[in-house]
Each structure stands twice: as C-alpha cells, then as structure tokens.
Design a protein around this ligand. Sequence first.
Ligand SMILES: [Zn+2]
Ligand SMILES: [Zn+2]
Length: 313
Amino acid sequence: MPFEVTILGCSAAIPTSSRNPSAQLVNLLGRFFLIDCGEGTQVQLRRNNFKIQKINYICISHLHGDHYLGLFGLLSTMSLLNRKKELIIFAPKGLSKILDLHFKLSYSVLSYKLKIVELVSGEKTKIFEDDALELYSFPLKHRIPCWGFKLIEKKQPRKMLKNIINKYDIPFDLINSIKLGQDFTANNGEVIPNEKLTTSSHIPRSYAYCSDTKYFEKLPHYIKNVDILYHESTFHSLLSNRAVSTFHSTSQDAANVALKGNVKTLLLGHFSSRYKDLDLLKHDAEKIFKNVEIAMEGKTWKIKKYFLDEINY
Ligand SMILES: [Zn+2]
Ligand SMILES: [Zn+2]
C-alpha cells in the first residue's frame, strides 16, 4: 500500500514561471492529505491528473498567503462539482473567520460540510488518527503562528508465513491472535512459537513537513527518525542573516535538522525566487547531511518499506 508525497508547489512567497507556492499531496494508504494550499493548487492537482474530490483532509501550516490562498478556489470547485463528503481542514485560528467572510460576501453556500479543526499551540500534538495512521502537528518559529506536520503509519500486524496455516492446520479463528504475536498449540500438544508462524511487518513509515521556520533546537526532536523530511530552504547559507531576520531557514539549517533528527532523506523546498539553479542549495546542505534531494513540482516520492532485519538503512 502506498505512502507517497507529490510536490505541487515549492516556491517561497513569490511564485516564478516554473515554481508555484507551497502545496503537496500525501497519499497514505489511500487517504489523501493536502498539505498547504498556495495559490494555483487546484490547477496543479489537475496537471497531475488528480481528482480533487478524493482529498480527505487539508493541513494549513500558517496564514501567510503563499500557504493558503489557493483554498478559496479549491473549496469552491469542490462545491461546484457537488461534493457531498465532509472535508476536514486542520488550520491555525483565524482561518474560519477568513473563510466565513469570503463565503458570506460572495453569497456562497458549499454543497458539503466543512469542518475546521484549530491547531493548538504548545508541544507536538496528535490531531488526528484512524485505524491506519496518526497525524501530529508541532510548533515552528516563524513571524506568525506556524505549525509543521508529521504523518506516521500505525504498526501493522505480523504476516503469516506461506503455507503455514495448512502445515499446522491452524483454525481460522486463531489467525488474528497469531498475527498479533501469540504462539500456537498444535493438536499433539506441541507449542509452535510465533516466530515460526509469522514474519514481522515493515517498520511504520513516516513523513514530516517543516513549513516556514527559523532553526531552533527543539525542531529535530519533533521530526525524529522520519523517512522523508520536507524542510523549507528559502536561502543559501550565504544569506543566513537574512534567514534569521525573516524567520526562515537556510539549506544548512535544514540539513542540521535532518542530521540531528536522524532522518533518512531530506527534501528541500520553499525556495526563494532569486535561485534559478537549485543545485546550489543542494550542495550547500550536503556539506552537513548526505542524503539531500530537491523538491520538484509534479514529482512523487514513494516512501520505501524497511524491515527490522534490514540493518543498512
Ligand atoms: Zn512561505
Ligand atoms: Zn510564512
């Protein structure tokens, strides 16, 4: 089952002719999360042949325009296409007010229920879960209240080994408990240990999104051990003073978070429009962390499954 991230926009505040403001689509086991919704997001979704009604949840990191101005168009299109399914948006305080005013002044009534869940300040918080995944928000340090998000799969049950059910004549009603780790007692009284019946499922995959933020000590702790960390990289380290004064990060700040957080892959994004050659930012980050990739619009990153017995990851 997939866990993948498609980048729809990776520009900082000012879009360029080839880069849109922040937005990305995460498919976690068939649940679709839109993370940030900069201007033009619905067009980007169409370019990627994605049916917008499939979006289940939207996460908005903060109320700077480059992270949410695409919402008005997207929500309207969903209504014009007669959406009926409820849509849940996780967003900072204030978004409800903005949307209410917009809908009121444009005399719009949506065809579906919109539920807005306000993000809470403080520490890392679980804001949603279902039977397969958990969604967390965590505070960032930006000019206005801003949050990052982390999505993680729940641990899957163990898998029965091939032909094992026939071999030991295991009754159907015991299979679930064996998948959860129980041993099995055969008809002759022999106890078959669980390791001989099952194999472990993969290590739960995870993804974190660090929206606009300056570097701070606690950040690596929030994203610890994720498979892919998307981190803003507005500036090259040569402009570190500018990064600090605007509450943004340099490529090396992002690399430091990745290194201290022990992530597998660092995906840089939210690039200032001044950078045409993004390899400059990649090389800057690689001085600190080796597995760096550059976000590209329309490109999908699939999160690989690892098993406990694989040590070289
Ligand atoms: Zn931004
Ligand atoms: Zn911002």
